[in-house]
Ligand binder design. Structure first.
Ligand code: ATR
Length: 279
């Protein structure tokens, strides 16, 4: 039996098994998707030996995405751009790596807001870490014209400018009003607003009323930041959709079926998040 798994350290809270095992059952595939706790010093070995293991592929989560990238000889352009791999698969017995975080964000946005047009808009991204990089790259690929970055550590914005060019620039939080007026999309890619983390305090009264406000945080399902945006009339996008949509390509690569993200799957995972939230 071909098995797949998610590796991380720790891994107990991963919701990927719920997603993939739901699809395995739905499509009648005789397999199982497991959680596997892999210590940082064992990541490279786990991946290099994948072809001779019980697994045909895996997802990679925090904190192993960079280590997985460095261990894999055959990565694609998207993984190389990010220096991070979240999906590992075998092709002709060779271990290959890609990264589906950016496409997961775009697919989630298009699923929830099908008529929203990214072409030639200006976006503002809060954060400059790995998630920001994945989303910025994907937005530029989709035709977003300019992306202002708000981040606590300014040097990281500079690194993104070097990588992505003049379409990416710094937006200062203190002077963000003008930028917010003209932006079409505002995305939080930081952990601010996540359970147990400080909330995101950005003022958004001056935000263009048509701007879509997105958050990649999904615990809680709606952050205080998104609730504020929704209450002032802006369209919003929570983070759970990105988690579901980033899983699609891995499943397809391992099992040969492109799985569908449905309202039923969303409800299944959302109810698990809500239950954990109440505990
Ligand atoms: P990931 O790969 O998940 O994006 P990361 O690379 O650690 O994680 O990046 C986290 C991002 O959240 C960074 O932009 C970080 O800001 P810094 O670059 O200044 O570190 C941002 N972030 C996390 N916690 C924050 C907080 N309490 N206040 C402001 N920014 C925060």
């Amino acid at each position: 039996m071909k098995k797949a798994c998610v590796i991380g350290w720790p891994i107990a809270h991963s919701r990927s098994p719920l997603i993939h095992n739901y699809w395995l059952k739905k499509y009648g595939i005789d397999s199982v998707y497991e959680k596997k706790a892999v210590e940082p010093e064992s990541v490279a070995q786990f991946i290099v030996n994948l072809a001779s293991s019980e697994f045909i592929g895996c997802n990679v989560t925090i904190p192993h995405k960079g280590a997985a990238f460095r261990a894999i000889a055959k990565t694609d352009e998207i993984a190389r751009r990010l220096g991070a791999v979240n999906t590992v698969y075998l092709k002709g017995g060779v271990v290959c790596g890609t990264n589906t975080d950016g496409e997961g964000f775009i697919a989630s946005l298009q699923y929830a807001h099908p008529s929203f047009d990214l072409k030639n808009i200006t976006a503002i991204v809060i954060g400059a870490g790995g998630a920001a990089k994945a989303i910025i790259g994907a937005l530029l690929d989709e035709g977003v014209e300019k992306i202002g970055i708000i981040n606590r550590t300014r040097e990281r914005i500079h690194d993104l400018q070097v990588q992505f060019g003049s379409g990416v620039y710094e937006t200062s939080e203190a002077n963000s009003d003008t930028a917010l007026k003209s932006c079409g999309l505002l995305v939080n890619t930081t952990s601010q607003g996540m359970e147990g983390q400080p909330s995101l305090e950005l003022e958004i009264q001056s935000l263009n009323p048509d701007a879509l406000v997105a958050d990649i945080v999904y615990t809680p399902l709606e952050t205080a930041f998104l609730a504020k945006a929704r209450q002032q009339g802006n369209p919003v996008l929570g983070g759970l959709g990105m988690l579901l949509h980033q899983a699609v390509r891995g499943f397809e690569l391992w099992f040969g079926v492109r799985p569908e993200v449905t309202a039923e799957l969303y409800e299944l995972i959302a109810s698990g998040v809500q239950k954990a939230h109440k505990q």
